[in-house]
Design a protein around this ligand. Structure first.
Ligand SMILES: NC(=O)C1=CN([C@@H]2O[C@H](COP(=O)(O)OP(=O)(O)OC[C@H]3O[C@@H](n4cnc5c(N)ncnc54)[C@H](O)[C@@H]3O)[C@@H](O)[C@H]2O)[C@@H](O)CC1
Ligand SMILES: [K+]
Length: 480
């Protein structure tokens, strides 16, 4: 599991540790890790040219001390001070003592072999200030190494309110920060490199599944298993107008580890023709046989209202997607109030906007606004509906009403194709039926779906939604 801690959590842990250690110990640990990473990135440290962009806080201090270490190993190190009279005094003195120099020449940004971004770290708020903003747009050949956080990225949320540096490598201290894992911030970090500084941390505010976590979550049938024990997932999807959504959702469900898939709706003929192993029932969820979890909404069209009401009345986990979400937004959070079993909502940002409007009574916010603030949006929806929310997009974020958040690390932009979400809904529903709690089911499904997209698009070409479902067994088997 990758753990990310909020700025507040990091500050508390740092304060506790600093109280026990001699002054400056933590900063030296950070600077040593930083300089070591830079040395690995440079073909040769001796004779290389390094620029330190240093802001007014301790982030600049880390960068200046790391610059001093590189200068002692023979690099020509320049420091460009964004706030010259407030630069970290100890770091600047050490750099100068090591033979480094201060420069005011911005062209050094393009000339240097390596740039250290020490403008702001976890103390940064708002976009870059005018004196630093031009560096966000300047082209470079060699690497930019961000110190703790690419400057301009909000460390807690991944929001990028203005200009922000783009790094090739981000060296973060003590723990990952949520903003490094969530777009748009995540797209600024390059490779992430964690340097331990000895912090004792509380449970993370945000986590991200890794390969071994997925392996532990995926259901594997035992010798005693039969199809009912493995779970039956019910799919209430598709309509005369959108029969394809039913086929795609069933395709995802069949490869998600449930023992059986039961389909209810008007697209039964198409579903069975494509997947003869599907159990089909006329009518809605209420009249269907035994089901351990429902998926309701993909392509349901006008049938969404009835299907949603019937599925929500069942005392089993329910995943609501697509037209089901539009209907839920109309009903508002009250529609879930009586439920005792978990509910999982899987909106894209447009549906999230409608759901928020349904909860607040305000006009739906612009979807782009929600895409820029994914963590906050997922948490708000989870709290408002008291449901687990999987917010789809360039970084899929899954928020539990308990406040726990998972960020999905897999995926490819080729996944943004019609019907891709229908496959995801079936897959996640299948994992719910197999008994995974909603946060695990949703994060395992997003992880596998992203990997399947990558496998299907390998080495990089357009894919159709059914290709994703077809690649799920490969993703399951190989995982990476
Ligand atoms: N506190 C600690 O024990 C440690 C801190 N470390 C480093 O210290 C950093 C945090 O240091 P600080 O708390 O001094 O904060 P920062 O250095 O991140 O930034 C604070 C300074 O930047 C200014 N500022 C805020 N937003 C800005 C913006 N958008 N543009 C330009 N200037 C802006 C503030 O006025 C303040 O002077 C960490 O990210 C990490 O790099 C590490 O050395 C490890 C130990
Ligand atoms: K930085």
């Amino acid at each position: 599991m990758r753990h990310a801690h909020s700025v507040e959590q990091v500050r508390t842990a740092e304060a506790a540790l600093m109280a026990r250690l001699p002054d400056g110990t933590l900063m030296q640990r950070a600077a040593a890790g930083l300089a070591a990473t830079c040395a690995r990135l440079l073909p040769r440290v001796y004779g290389s040219r390094v620029l330190v962009l240093a802001g007014s806080g301790d982030n600049g201090g880390d960068a200046l001390y790391a610059g001093a270490r590189l200068a002692r190993r023979g690099s020509t190190v320049h420091a460009l001070l964004l706030a010259p009279d407030r630069a970290h005094p100890g770091g600047l003195a050490d750099l100068l003592a090591a033979g480094g120099r201060v420069t005011a020449d911005p062209t050094e940004f393009t000339r240097a072999d390596l740039v250290l971004d020490g403008i702001v770290g976890i103390g940064g708020r708002g976009g870059l200030r005018p004196e630093a903003a031009p560096y966000a747009a300047m082209e470079r050949g060699g690497p930019v190494v961000a110190v703790d956080v690419p400057s301009g990225v909000d460390p807690d949320t991944g929001e990028v309110p203005g200009a922000a540096l783009r790094a090739d490598v981000t060296v973060c201290f003590g723990t990952y920060k949520p903003g490094l894992l969530i777009d748009p911030g995540a797209s600024h970090t390059g490779a992430l490199h964690l340097v331990g500084i000895g912090l004792t941390l509380p449970p993370a505010s945000v986590t991200s599944l890794q390969d071994e976590d997925l392996a532990a979550l995926l259901p594997v049938p035992g010798t005693e298993s039969d199809k009912y024990r493995r779970g039956v997932v019910g799919i209430a999807a598709g309509s005369a107008r959108y029969p394809g959504a039913a086929v795609l959702s069933v395709a995802g469900a069949l490869r998600g580890g449930a023992g059986a898939v039961r389909y209810v709706g008007t697209a039964a003929e198409e579903v069975v023709r494509r997947f003869p192993e599907t159990l089909v029932t006329e009518g809605g969820p209420a009249g269907a046989g035994r089901v351990q979890a429902w998926v309701v909404g993909p392509g349901s069209g006008d049938g969404a209202e009835q299907a949603l009401r019937e599925a929500l009345a069942a005392e089993v986990p329910v995943l609501v997607d697509a037209d089901g979400l539009t209907e839920l937004a109309r009903l508002g959070p009250d529609a879930l109030r009586e439920r005792t079993a978990p509910t999982l909502l899987t909106p894209h940002t447009g549906e999230a906007a409608r759901l928020l409007a349904g909860a607040t009574g305000d006009a739906p916010p612009p979807a782009e606004e929600l895409a820029a603030a994914r963590l906050v949006t997922a948490r708000r929806l989870a709290a408002a509906y008291r449901a687990t929310v999987l917010l789809k997009g360039s970084t899929t974020v899954i928020a539990d009403p308990s406040g726990e958040v998972r960020v999905n690390p897999t995926g490819t932009s080729w996944l943004a194709t019609a019907g891709s979400g229908d496959v995801l809904s079936g897959l996640a529903g299948s994992l719910l039926a197999a008994g995974l709690p909603p946060l695990d089911a949703a994060s395992a499904a997003a992880y596998l779906h992203g990997l399947a997209g990558r496998h299907a698009a390998e080495p990089g070409h357009p894919i159709a939604a059914l290709d994703i479902a077809t690649a799920l067994p490969t993703a399951w088997r190989h995982r990476r």
